[in-house]
Design a protein around this ligand. Sequence first.
Ligand code: QAP
Ligand code: CO
Length: 168
Amino acid sequence: MALLEILHYPDPRLRQQARTVEAITPDIRQLVNDMFETMYAAPGIGLAAIQVNVPKRVITLDITEDKAEPRCLINPVILASGSERECADEGCLSVPGFYEPVERATRIRFRAMDCEGRVFEEEAYGLLAVCVQHEIDHLEGKLFVDYLSILKRNRIRKKLEKQAKRPL
Ligand code: QAP
Ligand code: CO
C-alpha cells in the first residue's frame, strides 16, 4: 500500500481523458488499494485515478459515515439520469478548501465493473448519485469548478496557484 500524490487544480493533467481498463490485472488491484488508502487518509468520499495522475477509468468511493463501505467502480457509465435536478455543495480532493453548489440529477442508473471484474448495474440517489456523477466527470477531464461562474472559478484558480508556489 502507498499514499499517492493528489494533483491540484489547475494542473493540466486533470484534463486528460481516462482510458478504459481492459482487464483487472495485479497493477489495477494495486492502484485501487493505493487509491483507497489515499482517499481515506485525505479524508475524502470519492477519488478518481486521474487525480493521482493515472488516466484510467477507475474510481474509489465510500460515502458512509464510518468508512465501512469501500467501493470501486471500473469503467463506470451512466445509463440514465432522472429529470429532477438539485443543487448541493461539492468539494474535491483536487480543489482543496473550496466547496460550492453544483446542480446535478438527483437520481441515476449506472453500470460499472467491481474489483473482481463483475459487471453490475445500480440505481443511485442522494449523496451516492452526486458522488458517482462527480467522479465520472473526472474520467472525462471535467471538474466541479467547470460548473461555476468564470468569476468564481478564476478566484479559486488564483488562490490554488498561489498556494502551489508557496508550499508550507
Ligand atoms: C466528491 O470529494 C464529492 O476541499 C468527493 O480540503 C464531493 O471527497 C462527491 C475534501 C461532494 C459528493 C459531494 C475536499 C477533503 C474531500 C476538500 C471529496 C478538502 C479535504 C472531497
Ligand atoms: Co473530485
